[in-house]
Design a protein around this ligand. Structure first.
Ligand SMILES: Nc1nc2c(ncn2[C@@H]2O[C@H](COP(=O)(O)OP(=O)(O)OP(=O)(O)O)[C@@H](O)[C@H]2O)c(=O)[nH]1
Ligand SMILES: [Mg+2]
Ligand SMILES: [Zn+2]
Length: 509
């Protein structure tokens, strides 16, 4: 599958074009907050037993002690592999060869409360839940985002040599930059599946975080991994987290259960790394595994560029004088090609005018990544594009789900989308795992297409060929994969995927 096809999927909760399906965070069951407290308590009590074991630098070694024997062997094997690999490797790269942006975006996926945001923080130094509602509830609601540098100490051995720090904690030597990496932290709560799917469309690989102190698999462990299956993403590393909360025997049992579970999924070849995100244990081993198993995908800079919008803003302060007003900013992931300052761009499906949508035409005024300003931006991480659009059009994520490109090479925007449907056997995201029923005429489905999500009514359902009349148009190439969700017990559940075949194009606005 082409990278474009592989990545094409999905939607975003905050997407203005999908108000009807938006999750009202105030309706999230409060039990989660309780659960979080419980986990934290467990950390404080059970964790105490091992707290003496896992402190300071001895942490890593001690934590490795709790590592199931099998994995230890695997880790040892990996270490030797790196050592031999190094002879032929061109690394370490020189810092000045590395562009001023992340070169790969990795997703944090998995069941609620299993430690995705904590691991994002351990890897990047930034806790991704920054919104007051997220802090109050102790869960992620939006897609989180953070960037880091993977570095290595040329003096130390693997895995200790892998770090995100500029100075080696082991020997004090300055470390060398390997890669700039971005993390897209998905929320794990079951009602936020659409947001996870939106994030999945901009991931080049993923880390599945699974708590060692819960049974395997929990529903969203299954559902998030199913989403990876759907987009054909095999680049997954599994982290067995909260390892310090369980005994060695429990860790081994949980590890075996985890291996058994992933053996039935596309992550069957994925390494499983025992870690403790709160104690930063085995983070070096995880970085080593990411470096070895999740390489930067090959990119073709010469094909027409496309960016999936994941955020959009008005960066002006209230009361800004009109002369100083800055144009609207859109943030997203470039999935192919490259954009440069000065490019004329189009945004599809654009904005609503009466009962139609109108494409937006504008110019790239500036390009920015978390690492600084750019003249040209390539795939990898989130890129902010400054435009000369009226900022009222971009404020509050209004353009999330849109696609940016050149007017003569953007895919069509569809009012009705036709696709070949492939349904899963079971609704993996629910406890009951009920059987997935066939798609029926007139039923409502939610389609995740790139970062867009759109609800629509089925207007054709024959032998796996389905057409959905969309409430909000979506821009999509034929041949790409989309995720199909159905409302079951008032929750949108992933039921399968579709390959876009054709449709009815958006009426020109
Ligand atoms: N003991 C222990 N607790 C952890 C570990 N990692 C995370 N936690 C705790 O688990 C709880 C949930 O962690 P988060 O990182 O918010 O989990 P999450 O997967 O991002 O949750 P959602 O985004 O809401 O799905 C918090 O109380 C963390 O402190 C760990 O390695 N050990
Ligand atoms: Mg989180
Ligand atoms: Zn060192």
């Amino acid at each position: 599958m082409s990278p474009r096809k592989k990545k094409a999927l999905t939607s975003k909760t905050k997407a203005a074009p999908a108000k009807s399906t938006e999750v009202d965070s105030s309706k999230l069951p409060k039990t989660t907050t309780k659960k979080t407290t419980k986990t934290t308590k467990a950390t404080a009590t059970k964790g105490k037993k091992t707290a003496t074991k896992i402190t300071t630098k001895a942490k890593t070694k001690k934590a490795v002690k709790t590592t199931p024997a099998k994995e230890k062997k695997a880790a040892a094997k990996k270490t030797t592999k790196t050592a031999t690999k190094k002879k032929t490797s061109t690394r370490p790269k020189k810092t000045d060869e590395i562009p001023n942006q992340a070169e790969i975006s990795l997703g944090m996926i998995g069941h609620v409360d299993h430690g995705k945001s904590t691991l994002t923080q351990a890897l990047t130094g930034k806790f991704p839940d920054t919104h007051s509602e997220e802090i109050r509830r102790g869960i992620s609601i939006r897609l989180g985002y953070a960037e880091t540098e993977f570095r290595e100490c040329v003096k130390c051995e693997a895995p200790t040599k892998y770090t995100t720090k500029k100075v080696c904690a082991n020997c004090g030597k300055e470390t060398v930059l390997l890669r700039r990496v971005a993390f897209v932290d998905a929320p794990g709560h079951e009602v936020l599946m659409a947001t996870m799917l939106s994030g999945a469309s901009i991931m080049d690989g993923a880390i599945l975080v699974v708590a060692a102190n819960e049974r395997v698999p929990m529903p969203q462990t299954r559902e998030h991994l199913a989403a990876m299956d759907i987009i054909g993403m095999e680049k997954v590393i599994v982290c067995q987290n909260k390892i310090e909360l369980v005994t060695e025997k429990e860790a081994v049992t949980n590890f075996k259960d985890l291996k058994k579970f992933i053996s039935t999924t596309s992550a069957k070849k994925s390494p499983v790394i025992p870690i403790s995100a709160v104690h930063h244990s085995n983070i070096d081993l995880l970085i080593q595994n990411i470096e070895e198993n999740l390489p930067t995908p090959p990119r073709d800079a010469d094909i027409p560029p496309q960016m999936l919008i994941a955020r959009s803003f008005d960066v002006n302060k209230p009361g800004q004088s009109p002369g100083k007003l800055q144009g609207g900013v859109v943030g997203g992931s470039i999935i192919q090609g490259k954009f440069s300052v000065g490019d004329d761009i189009q945004i599809r499906p654009g904005v609503r005018r009466g009962n139609k949508y109108k494409f937006l035409n504008t110019k790239i005024v500036s390009l920015r990544s978390g690492f600084g300003e750019l003249d040209t931006a390539h795939p990898g991480g989130l890129i902010g594009i400054g435009t000369n659009l009226d900022p009222a059009l971009t404020k509050s994520d209004m353009l999330v789900g849109n696609v940016v490109g050149y007017s003569d090479s953007l895919p069509p925007s569809w009012d009705t989308l036709e696709f070949e449907s492939h349904l899963m056997e079971r609704v993996v995201g629910s406890e009951s795992q009920s059987t997935v029923q066939n798609i029926e005429m007139h039923e409502n489905l939610m389609l995740s297409v790139g970062t867009a999500k759109t609800v629509g009514k089925v207007v054709m359902a024959a032998k796996g060929n389905v057409a959905v009349s969309l409430r909000l148009p979506v821009c999509a190439e034929t041949g790409i994969r989309i995720a199909i969700s159905r409302q079951i017990d008032r929750r949108w559940r992933l039921i399968g995927w579709g390959t876009v075949t054709s449709g009815k194009e958006q009426r020109a606005g």
